[in-house]
Design a protein around this ligand. Structure first.
Ligand code: ZN
Length: 333
């Protein structure tokens, strides 16, 4: 059998060492501006003896900010004395994208959440994914990947789990999602789950929770607080952090089928007709798109195909064919 290919990523921290370590994942990247340059992905590891390991990830997409902010705060405040086991904190997984303020990497246009399991001899984004696939995910028991809508979408704040073939694993993921205790909890239907970190972690049998906590390419006091409390709850639920989770108040949502997604088939000026969290009925107009270049033309109307709650919406003022107009979800009672 061939030996596994080495990764060109090296960690400056020791994942098996007790205490707090702040360091980097170093990935060589030779380029015009830096001949023998290296991409330095920040990482913190807080460990107190054997036990459960939680991996907390932000900026899998570079323009989503609740994760990086809440994880920077956590890395400053979490003490090994208060935990049992290990917490690995990666505030910005797609670090080149994060530093550019863009969803995908400016180096190779890699979308981190579409390239898993990655490749050790691939692009920069694929090399980062490969390192997590082979060296970080396997040592993690509980994985939290904190997303938001980025510059082009805005979401109601929810934690999410997926329908899995392994129902024991699904129940564990759902329990961790509910423990996060966001205002909403979503059984999420992915529009395209190939290459996702979610899928990679779930295929390894891990307890995996994702989130969508806001959007628009920024964060708010409220959305940061939801991330902060959710992370604490997630760590308590995993048995790593001591403390109590406040009683559940999360509203359970489901995405039953592809009717949840409304895709734009015109381009122009976007008028949202519902706000996030509002109830929408079948045939309600959720958005209109006007011809941006002339007056006197009726807008194209986008109607809901289901009864539900407006869960996500296109964020910028202009919209194009193929953009996501809105996403609806159904409240589970
Ligand atoms: Zn994202």
């Amino acid at each position: 059998m061939n030996a596994p290919k080495p990764s060109s990523v090296t960690a400056t921290i020791d994942f098996d060492k007790d205490g707090i370590q702040h360091g980097f994942l170093k990935l060589p990247y030779s380029r015009n501006e830096s001949a023998w340059g290296t991409i330095m992905i920040p990482i913190a590891c807080i460990r107190n003896g054997h036990g459960t390991t939680a991996l907390l990830i932000g900026a899998n997409h570079g323009d989503e900010y609740e994760g990086p902010i809440a994880l920077q705060k956590l890395a400053l405040t979490l003490s090994p004395d208060n935990i049992k086991g290990t917490v690995i904190i990666v505030p910005a997984l797609n670090f080149p994208a994060f530093m550019a303020g863009t969803r995908i990497s400016p180096i190779d246009y890699g979308n981190m959440n579409r390239v898993f399991p990655g490749r050790p001899d691939g692009t920069i984004t694929e090399k980062i994914a490969d390192y997590f696939q082979r060296f970080v995910l396997p040592k993690s028991d509980y994985i939290l990947d904190i997303h938001a809508g980025g510059k082009t979408l805005d979401f109601i704040p929810f934690a999410a789990a997926h329908v899995l073939e392994n129902k024991v694993q699904q129940a564990k993921c759902v329990a961790a999602m509910k423990a996060f205790n966001a205002p909403y909890s979503m059984m999420m239907l992915e529009i395209d789950n190939v290459g996702m970190l979610d899928t990679a972690a779930e295929e390894m049998g891990k307890v995996f929770v994702s989130t969508e906590l806001g959007g628009g390419g920024s964060a708010t006091r409220k959305s940061i607080a939801i991330a902060h409390t959710g992370i604490q709850n997630f760590l308590i639920h995993a048995g790593i952090l001591s403390g109590k989770i406040k009683p559940h108040k999360t509203i359970q949502l489901d995405m039953p089928d592809k009717d949840c997604f409304i895709t734009c088939i015109s381009s122009g000026l976007f008028e949202p007709c519902f706000d996030l969290g509002e109830r929408v009925s079948v045939d309600d107009v959720v958005g209109r798109v006007y011809d941006a270049e002339r007056t006197g033309i009726q807008p194209v109307e986008y109607k809901s195909r289901m009864n539900g709650i407006l869960t996500a919406r296109h964020y910028p003022g202009l919209i194009k064919t193929g953009d996501c107009v809105s996403v609806l979800a159904v409240e589970v009672t």
